[in-house]
Design a protein. Sequence first.
Length: 203
Amino acid sequence: MKTRESSMPEAPLWESFFTPDAVLRALGLAPTHRAVADFGCGYGTFTIPAAKIISGAGGSGGAGGGGIVHALDIDPAMVAATIARANNDGYTNINAITRDFVAEGTGLPQGSVNYVMLFNILHAELPEVILREAQRILAPGGLLAIMHWNHDPATPRGPSLAIRPRPAECRQWALNIGFETVTTDPIALPPYHYGIIMRRAPD
Ligand SMILES: C[S@@+](CC[C@H](N)C(=O)[O-])C[C@H]1O[C@@H](n2cnc3c(N)ncnc32)[C@H](O)[C@@H]1O
């Protein structure tokens, strides 16, 4: 089932709220990451820049030797939009999957990725289910990047404040299921978001 309050406005409006490449770099995504999972990829706003960063390609196109981004969304229209964008931009290192990762998990093998993106999704009814699945698929030492809307009524979108998680809440949920802290203070991702980096404990 689609997470509460997670429908999207038109892509141009949504994408006016972010600088995706800067967000991903601030949240620790590096060319050395070989496999990434994007939970709730939406329009591919962050999927495509992630594919670019880990492909090692300076310009567009992700063919050849780079890592892969698994992009999951319950909404076939979002998956189709991400695939169309990947094709248009020449990225072949994106595996876009229509799937309910709350009800069914991601279907990715245990320990198979080293970077997970939970962007604008942890206002879900069951955030711990999503976090546990992230932990399952992360290899030991892999990074968990969380981004969400600031807890601020002046933000132009985002889930209602009653269900919008604060940074400390997200961090505590992740700690509760065994993640380690990488960044203690929230990372400002202006104009409207914050980020947190956690790590799957090494074995
Ligand atoms: C608010 S959007 C965020 C999109 C993207 N992460 C971003 O920040 O640009 C949330 C996305 O999660 C997807 N979603 C919601 N519940 C889901 C579920 N249970 N399984 C898979 N995708 C889900 C929605 O379809 C939507 O595309």
